[in-house]
Design a protein around this ligand. Structure first.
Ligand SMILES: Nc1ncnc2c1ncn2[C@@H]1O[C@H](COP(=O)(O)OP(=O)(O)OP(=O)(O)O)[C@@H](O)[C@H]1O
Ligand SMILES: Cc1cn([C@H]2C[C@H](O)[C@@H](COP(=O)(O)O)O2)c(=O)[nH]c1=O
Length: 213
């Protein structure tokens, strides 16, 4: 099997992941790599429908465990239908959020417990942890300001949580970075976009070179 690389991108709201990912895809394709850029929750019709249910601002009564299970269900379908086939074709899969979002948002910030949320997600991913994860480090207030000044960006149910929740999300990520030291690569996302992109690109090239040795 010609196995590609699975790279995930994480961070608080408005950190710049989606913006950098678009630039990264263009750069990697220019270098001749086969790339799949996708996102969670979503990336395929079933998971995009689950995304609508989770993120609709109308669904204010959603129980935290229901929320965690829906993210895990969307993850499972997206992996089976899209991510695994692309990896089998040797693609570099760039995924905007993955399991660490569930661990930080549902496990830590919602208070369900990182270990508990990890258990349901291990059932969903069957051992397919990312090869590497980029964490875009930003003060949640700065990220939320970026989102509110972007008129094209809808504010979803999770964005609308209070500031305390968003600070907890960041704390949750700090826990994960301690837990999975070798996998995480931290990028200062408060810098200017060209610098954020350059730092990501340099680290990613290093990761790809090490894999090819
Ligand atoms: N380094 C940067 N400096 C200033 N603004 C930025 C930077 N990177 C991205 N932005 C802007 O911030 C906003 C949010 O960026 P983006 O959608 O890429 O973030 P995100 O991490 O994907 O957010 P979310 O996970 O909440 O969807 C956009 O308007 C984008 O143009
Ligand atoms: C995968 C995943 C996501 N979330 C949250 C994080 C964001 O608030 C939204 C997704 O919106 P984005 O604009 O695509 O970043 O969902 C979560 O709480 N748990 C997860 O597993």
């Amino acid at each position: 099997m010609n196995h590609g690389m699975f790279i995930t991108f994480e961070g608080p709201e408005g950190a710049g992941k989606t913006t950098v990912l678009g630039m990264l895809r263009e750069y990697l394709e220019e270098q001749g790599f086969k790339v799949l850029l996708t996102r969670e929750p979503g990336g395929i019709p079933i998971a995009e429908q689950i995304r609508e249910v989770i993120l609709s601002t109308l669904n204010t009564k959603m129980d935290p465990r229901t929320e965690a299970l829906l993210y895990a269900a969307a993850r499972r379908q997206h992996l089976v239908e899209k991510v695994i086939p692309a990896l089998e074709k040797g693609c570099i899969v760039l995924c905007d959020r993955f399991i660490d979002s569930s661990l930080a948002y549902q496990g830590y910030a919602r208070g369900l417990g990182i270990n508990e949320v990890s258990t349901i997600n291990e059932f969903a991913i069957e051992g397919l942890w990312p090869d590497a994860t980029f964490y875009y480090d930003i003060d949640p207030e700065v990220g939320l300001k970026r989102i509110s000044s972007n008129s094209g960006r809808e504010v979803n149910r999770l964005d609308s949580e209070n500031l305390e929740f968003h600070h907890k999300v960041k704390e949750g990520y700090m826990e994960l970075i301690n837990r999975y030291r070798g996998r995480f690569h931290i990028i200062n996302a408060e810098k200017e976009l060209p610098l954020v992109f350059e730092q990501t690109k340099t680290k990613l090239i290093d990761i790809l070179n090490r894999k090819m040795i």
